[in-house]
Design a protein around this ligand. Structure first.
Ligand SMILES: *[C@@H]1O[C@H](CO)[C@@H](O)[C@H](O)[C@H]1NC(C)=O
Ligand SMILES: *[C@@H]1O[C@H](CO)[C@@H](O)[C@H](O)[C@H]1NC(C)=O
Ligand SMILES: *[C@@H]1O[C@H](CO)[C@@H](O)[C@H](O)[C@H]1NC(C)=O
Ligand SMILES: *[C@@H]1O[C@H](CO)[C@@H](O)[C@H](O)[C@H]1NC(C)=O
Ligand SMILES: *[C@@H]1O[C@H](CO)[C@@H](O)[C@H](O)[C@H]1NC(C)=O
Ligand SMILES: *[C@@H]1O[C@H](CO)[C@@H](O)[C@H](O)[C@H]1NC(C)=O
Ligand SMILES: *[C@@H]1O[C@H](CO)[C@@H](O)[C@H](O)[C@H]1NC(C)=O
Ligand SMILES: *[C@@H]1O[C@H](CO)[C@@H](O)[C@H](O)[C@H]1NC(C)=O
Ligand SMILES: *[C@@H]1O[C@H](CO)[C@@H](O)[C@H](O)[C@H]1NC(C)=O
Ligand SMILES: *[C@@H]1O[C@H](CO)[C@@H](O)[C@H](O)[C@H]1NC(C)=O
Ligand SMILES: *[C@@H]1O[C@H](CO)[C@@H](O)[C@H](O)[C@H]1NC(C)=O
Ligand SMILES: *[C@@H]1O[C@H](CO)[C@@H](O)[C@H](O)[C@H]1NC(C)=O
Length: 733
């Protein structure tokens, strides 16, 4: 009995202990002031999915308190918060150590008060919001370690006093804002010696980089790309020996890359592309054995590649295009670069043959050696590069195209092949055995332009079921356009211009599956991205933008047959190619009328029929082509009046000239009352009779622009701003 009572008491005591433990862990209930500060923060949000209703704010989503009930963590990243941020409410949370509101839609600015009271803050992440305004004069406290304000709309200069107290700062990121003035590169000199990451990219910083980074003895990452920095790289940057990444592309830095760079033995990423660096590459660059990504394109670097580079066995990407580098690359031994996936030596002055040792870099996915002075033949050993998907060798002096194509056909991985302008005056490869070979199974883009190749369009092309872009312009190709061309299931871009092609426009080409309206074989999902960026010609754009690598960002749905000897009618069936965007038939011998059906090509942006033998009228239905930006029917035998009251009249007179019997604006010769208006223009009667012409013209033009710009057309949705900024790239492959 006694024993039982004792037992019971012991149990009760244990239970009591358990209870008090549970209570004590709950005891740091939220302080009322903290609760009201949080509610005041939440109240300024216009849309808040927060369910902050219970009494104890320490248990609210995103909140952590300390033992005494002070809020220490406010972590609400990617919570769909919208609305103005209330700096004063947050500033009342004086014990806050972690504040993470990244990836929301908060706006407003950080008032000075915000930081003054948050003197325990360690982590501040406000990235990916819409915050704006200038920075407060100073960061809060010596405890601050991480500041991420990237991807907001902050502006102004970074105040010189900003880092004054931040002696423990390790990471500072203001990427993608509109800050201006100097990059505070002396930050380690005076304030924050333990910085590991500095990211000033994509702002409007300008001027020179002042010395000081050399004192950042812990610095691993330094980024300031896409700014307007000028001057030399400060020498003392080579004292920051822990640096693993230097990324300064898209600036105006100049001078040579110093030999002292070999002191940065931890360097893995060196990106100085799109600057004005000159001189030779440091001879001992290869001592940087950890180098992985070397990107120095678009500078003025000269001299030969240092052989030591071939000792960088960790290299993943080596991109040195568009410099003045030279020397015989066949002498280089690539055989140790087993990690190399991308090699870009485009547009330099390299000589020699393709180094055989390159064929042992089994990780290679992309090789671009275009626009150099290379010669010789492609070796069959290239087939050991099983992952190669992008090969661009154009603009060299290689020989034996038939041999090259026969080898390359075996590549299963190859997506993009450009040999343009490399095999001058040879014959189009067309051996019989190539047809049954079933090669180039995955080829999407084939560029054999600009080589004055003789022969006909070869039959083996008909087997390329994945071909999307075919570029054969500027050759001496004869014979007709083969009718099977219209059966290639994915083809949407054909350029046969500047050849000697004869015969008629094959009707089968009007059934090109990819250009027909309706369900489409090539879904957005399996779209192909180029392994290397393709550059446009406009240097001003080059200097300010990053590049899309998507195939459809570059190429419109196009049929280009200009400057050939094609005869006969433009088939009426052409109206089936509803997704076509560019049709150039100029400088051929097309005769007959302009078929009314062209007006079915609702996505057409360019229509060039000039310099043919076309007769009859200009169908007024063409005025319904709202996307049309370029239009040319000059130098034919067209007659009658240019359809009035339509956007066709917005084109210049030169688009119509050379047709003596054509009349009306924008041409100067007026139509004679009875002669000019023919059957076709009767449907425009209302325009003639009732409405004033000019407003209609403006309405059409404006509509065309708006629809053309924002319109979504079938499955070939093309980012028009890019494509028009980057016209004609294919020769920059
Ligand atoms: C909000 O919180 C209360 C109490 O914590 C809970 O009962 C309720 O289900 C929550 N509502 C939503 C929508 O999560
Ligand atoms: C912050 O605290 C002060 C003093 O307690 C108070 O007057 C003020 O209203 C609070 N601000 C907010 C936005 O909660
Ligand atoms: C903020 O939260 C996001 C999402 O959890 C996280 O990825 C990010 O690293 C956090 N920021 C900091 C500075 O820890
Ligand atoms: C700064 O960092 C050091 C080392 O981590 C630490 O001992 C010190 O307390 C920190 N200073 C502040 C004010 O947090
Ligand atoms: C730049 O910041 C804006 C605003 O937060 C954001 O919408 C955009 O995605 C950011 N751009 C990049 C490249 O991160
Ligand atoms: C870049 O800086 C140069 C002077 O170094 C200046 O002339 C130019 O206007 C600046 N460009 C921009 C876009 O700020
Ligand atoms: C780099 O560091 C060395 C030794 O610490 C020092 O003597 C030299 O002055 C520094 N160089 C620069 C450019 O700051
Ligand atoms: C490079 O390193 C050497 C030895 O490690 C040192 O003497 C020299 O000062 C360093 N130079 C620079 C510019 O840091
Ligand atoms: C490459 O490294 C080896 C050994 O690490 C060395 O003997 C050789 O001189 C280096 N080659 C070059 C060109 O630096
Ligand atoms: C190649 O070298 C020649 C002179 O040897 C020079 O005129 C030319 O500009 C160089 N081309 C490139 C792309 O550097
Ligand atoms: C092309 O190369 C192959 C193999 O080396 C050779 O047999 C053939 O004769 C060459 N053709 C020409 C035209 O040089
Ligand atoms: C088509 O090929 C010709 C000749 O190679 C070239 O001049 C033209 O730029 C190409 N058109 C497009 C749209 O790339």
């Amino acid at each position: 009995m006694l024993m039982q009572a004792y037992n019971l008491m012991a149990h009760a005591f244990l239970l009591f202990l358990l209870f008090s433990y549970i209570i004590s862990t709950h005891i740091h209930a939220c302080k009322q002031t903290e609760r009201s500060s949080l509610l005041s923060f939440a109240s300024t949000l216009s849309s808040s999915p927060l369910n902050w209703t219970s009494i104890d704010c320490c248990h609210w989503k995103g909140i952590t308190c300390d033992q005494d009930g002070w809020v220490t963590h406010l972590l609400l990243p990617s919570k769909g918060l919208k609305g103005g941020i209330s700096p004063s409410a947050l500033a009342n949370l004086t014990h806050l150590t972690h504040l993470n509101l990244s990836h929301n839609s908060l706006y407003g600015s950080l008032e000075t008060q915000f930081f003054l009271s948050l003197n325990q803050l360690e982590i501040l992440d406000l990235s990916y919001n819409r915050l704006s305004g200038e920075l407060p004069l100073s960061l809060p406290s010596s405890s601050i370690r991480t500041v991420d304000l990237s991807s907001n709309h902050f502006f102004g200069a970074i105040p010189s006093s900003f880092f004054q107290q931040a002696s423990n700062l390790t990471s500072f990121n203001v990427n993608n804002n509109t800050f201006k003035g100097y990059v505070p590169s002396s930050i380690c000199l005076h304030y924050s010696p333990s910085l590991r990451l500095l990211d000033f990219s994509s702002n409007l910083f300008n001027g020179h980089l002042a010395p000081g980074l050399g004192k950042c003895s812990e610095l691993k990452v330094f980024r300031a790309s896409h700014n307007n920095l000028s001057g030399l790289l400060p020498e003392d940057i080579y004292n920051a020996t822990k640096l693993e990444e230097i990324a300064l592309p898209f600036n105006s830095l100049h001078g040579a890359i110093s030999d002292k760079i070999v002191n940065l033995t931890n360097l893995a990423i060196l990106d100085l592309s799109f600057n004005n660096f000159v001189g030779e590459l440091p001879l001992n660059l290869g001592k940087l054995s950890k180098l992985k990504f070397v990107t120095l394109d678009f500078n003025n670097l000269a001299g030969a590649l240092p052989p030591s580079l071939m000792n960088c066995t960790n290299l993943v990407e080596l991109r040195l295009g568009s410099n003045n580098l030279e020397g015989d690359i066949s002498m280089l031994d690539f055989s140790r670069l087993s990690q190399l996936t991308k090699l870009d030596l485009r547009a330099n002055n390299f000589t020699g043959t393709i180094p055989v040792s390159l064929y042992s870099c089994r990780s290679l996915k992309a090789i671009r050696l275009a626009k150099n002075h290379l010669e010789g033949q492609i070796q069959a050993e290239i087939l050991s590069l099983k992952s190669l998907s992008f090969l661009s060798l154009g603009g060299n002096r290689f020989t034996n195209l038939t041999w090259a194509v026969k080898i390359l056909m075996s590549f299963k991985s190859l997506h993009t092949l450009s040999l343009a302008g490399s095999y001058e005056g040879e014959v189009m490869p067309s051996d019989d055995d190539m047809v049954d070979f079933d090669g180039f199974q995955n080829l999407r883009l084939l560029n054999l332009a600009g080589s004055n190749l003789n022969g006909q369009i070869p039959l083996w092309l008909s087997k390329l079921k994945n071909l999307e872009l075919l570029e054969l312009g500027f050759n001496q190709i004869t014979g007709p356009i083969p009718s099977w061309l219209g059966t290639l299931p994915r083809l949407f871009y054909i350029n046969l211009s500047n050849n000697r092609i004869s015969g008629e426009f094959p009707k089968t080409l009007c059934r090109l599956p990819r250009l027909l309206y309706g369900p489409n074989i090539a879904s957005q999902a399996d779209q192909y991205e180029f392994e290397l960026p393709i550059y446009g010609r406009s240097s001003s754009i080059i200097a300010t933008q990053t590049f899309p690598t998507h195939i459809l960002d570059f190429f419109a749905a196009t049929i280009l047959l200009s400057k050939n000897n094609i005869v006969g009618d433009i088939p009426t069936e052409i109206g089936q190619l509803q997704l076509l965007q560019e049709l150039d038939l100029d400088s051929n011998n097309f005769s007959g009328i302009i078929p009314d059906q062209i007006s079915n090509l609702k996505n057409l942006e360019v229509l060039n029929l000039s310099m043919n033998l076309l007769s009859g009228i200009i169908p007024s239905s063409l005025a319904s082509l709202n996307f049309l930006k370029e239009f040319n029917v000059s130098y034919n035998n067209l007659e009658g009046s240019i359809p009035t009251g339509t956007q066709l009249q917005s084109f210049e007179a030169s688009a119509f000239e050379g047709n003596p019997k054509l009349c009306g604006a924008p041409l100067l010769n007026k139509c004679e009352p009875n002669k000019g208006i023919d059957a076709n223009n009767k449907n425009n009667k209302d325009v003639h009779n009732g409405l004033h012409q000019l407003p209609w013209f403006y309405i059409f033009a404006a509509f065309g622009f708006i629809v053309g710009f924002w319109g979504v057309c079938g499955s070939l949705v093309i980012n028009k701003t890019w494509r028009y900024a980057y016209f004609r790239f294919i020769d920059n492959l």
